[in-house]
Design a protein around this ligand. Structure first.
Ligand code: CA
Length: 548
């Protein structure tokens, strides 16, 4: 055991070793100051170059709709900010964070939602691990899409170009600063960042040696159609047709009763939600006169059924898979999509990118309009190509993950994307393993958070995202990717960590190895779900008759 542990420590240390003798803080600060007189970025207008010491709580000058306002930084770095022209009528704001403990690696970070916001927490994480790190506002400021209106160049930036342009500029800035080009380049993102990562894998694979793509919003137009379909559904159900909050526990308990044990563990986590076909009819009250918080009216049960069903478009063809059946999913779907207004991303994408009509009624979009959005595919944002041969040929490694309790982007779309790649390339999972691996993270919400062992090193940890997670590559997806690229050791599983009470400061509760799709986690009979060795990765199978 001691040998294994020392091996792990040695491996982690190698991955994080600076590529040069660490210079003093004073020397580094001077190096940063000197950059101002020499830096030249094609199409770039440099705003500032500043030395930022470790321990700074950086005030972030962002759009008011962008979180978080401040970011704690863990290492000394040189911060470069600039505007980069991407066409004669579009540009992207970007930053490069160049750490003193540079490992020779480059990292580009992605965005989220329909924004518009620099992910400073990802940049702080990348810099802390010794990556020369870039982030951009993806071509427009703020968590909205109004600037897409009648400007295809802003849409192109959002779909792919801001990542490509800011990545190339960042690589140049890094090389000019350190005096050497980077050794390896990586991309990391979740949600829209996950989609950006897969876009890079599909069309720009030569730019990155490794791509970490989480909870990707691929099949973008269909996703927004699907999420937009909930708003009219909930409104039309009316006040008496929407389950009130008093019934949420009852719904969750029934879902867990039907499905929690399918993976062998009664742990409030559905490791493979595809096994679960929750039937809310079991909750229907015996009569309409006897409705209580422990049962649903037929109308309420019908809405629950519909919110957890696939979305069908023109001619009854399924255009998007169902939401993850997971505790809390009915409550979150009603809260996120059942408001007075249409879901903002759906509203803005259809108004400003698809139809160029700010007055469009987006609450009552039709299947024909969904199909139009898919076919028009502004900017190529759908990101639904299953051909990853360029990535395979460039020896680019793709590590893809998705939480099985994601309340915004169902994990089923990641399964579907993996299957699309398999079909398109005619490759079996064992053959895809060489360059593309998907891990489902049981219980994880959208990109982070959730119940159980959901900490996988895709983010800094702590309430302020200001602390390092485990740096063991077995427990850290970013460093697992680095090890795969640089040492050829591909991750067989991804170990997630659960903290006591969900608080990283309260110590580790337990760990679990999340399996690689298409296998799934199954707990051995009589095993303790807190024991990582009690779980197996087994082939998916349909549940036993009578279980659901
Ligand atoms: Ca379970």
């Amino acid at each position: 055991m001691a040998r294994i542990i020392s091996g792990l420590i040695a491996c982690t240390a190698t991955l994080l070793l600076p590529s040069h003798a660490l210079i003093t803080q004073d020397q580094f600060e001077k190096m940063c100051d000197d950059l101002a007189s020499s830096l030249n970025v094609e199409n770039g207008a440099i705003s500032s170059i500043d030395f930022v010491p470790a321990g700074t709580n950086l005030t972030i000058p962002v759009d008011p709709s962008c979180p978080p306002g401040t970011q704690f930084v863990l290492v000394d770095f040189c911060r470069v900010t600039l505007d980069l022209a991407t066409s004669d009528r579009s540009s992207t704001y970007m930053e490069a964070w160049l750490p003193r403990n540079w490992t020779g690696r480059f990292l580009a970070t992605g965005n989220s939602g329909i924004g518009g916001c620099v992910h400073y927490w990802d940049m702080a994480y990348g810099a802390a691990l010794g990556f020369a790190t870039t982030g951009s506002n993806n071509g427009h400021w703020g968590m909205n899409g109004t600037t897409f209106l009648k400007n295809d160049d802003v849409i192109e930036d959002f779909a792919w170009r801001a990542v490509v342009s800011s990545g190339e500029a960042g690589k140049s800035i890094s090389a000019q600063f350190y005096g050497n080009p980077h050794d390896r380049s990586y991309f990391m993102g979740c949600s829209t960042g996950g989609r950006q990562g897969l876009k890079m894998a599909q069309e720009f694979a030569e730019l990155y040696d490794g791509i970490l793509a989480g909870s990707p919003v691929v099949a973008f137009a269909h996703l927004l159609s699907a999420l937009g379909s909930f708003n009219p559904l909930i409104k039309e159900a009316g006040p008496d047709g929407v389950p009130p909050p008093s019934t949420y526990d009852t719904i969750d308990n029934a879902l867990l009763k039907q499905c929690d044990g399918l993976d062998g563990a009664h742990d409030n986590i559905l490791d493979d939600p595809s096994l679960c076909h929750f039937n809310p009819n079991s909750l229907t009250c015996p009569s309409e006169a006897a409705i209580t918080p422990t049962c649903l009216s037929k109308k309420q049960a019908r809405l629950v059924h519909d919110l957890l069903s696939p979305i069908y478009g023109k001619d009854g063809v399924e255009i998007f898979p169902r939401m993850n059946p997971a505790p809390g999913i009915v409550a979150s779907t009603i809260a996120n999509f059942g408001g007075e207004s249409q879901f903002l991303y759906t509203d803005h994408w259809f108004k400003f990118a698809v139809y160029n009509d700010p007055d469009l009624d987006t609450v009552h979009l039709t299947p024909e309009q969904w199909a139009h959005a898919w076919e028009k595919d502004p900017g190529g944002c759908n990101t639904w190509s299953g051909d990853l041969s360029a990535a395979r040929d460039a020896n680019t490694k793709i590590l893809h993950y998705h939480g099985t309790a994601d309340p915004l982007v169902t994990s089923f779309i990641s399964n579907d994307y993996y299957d699309l790649v398999s079909e398109t390339m005619g490759l079996l999972p064992a053959e895809l393993d060489g360059f593309y691996r998907l891990f489902r993270v049981g219980g994880m919400g959208h990109c982070l958070g959730g119940a159980g062992p959901v900490h996988i090193g895709n983010y800094l940890i702590g309430a302020g995202l200001d602390r390092l997670p485990s740096l063991d590559p077995d427990e850290n997806v970013l460093l697992a990717l680095v090890r795969w690229v640089e040492d050829g050791a591909a991750p067989e599983t991804i170990t997630g960590t659960a903290y006591n009470g969900g608080d990283p400061g309260a110590g580790v509760e337990y760990k679990k190895r999340h399996c690689r799709y298409p296998t799934r986690n199954q707990l051995a009979k009589s095993g303790d779900f807190r024991d990582p060795d009690a779980w197996d990765c087994i082939e998916r199978r349909t549940p036993r008759a009578g279980v659901i």
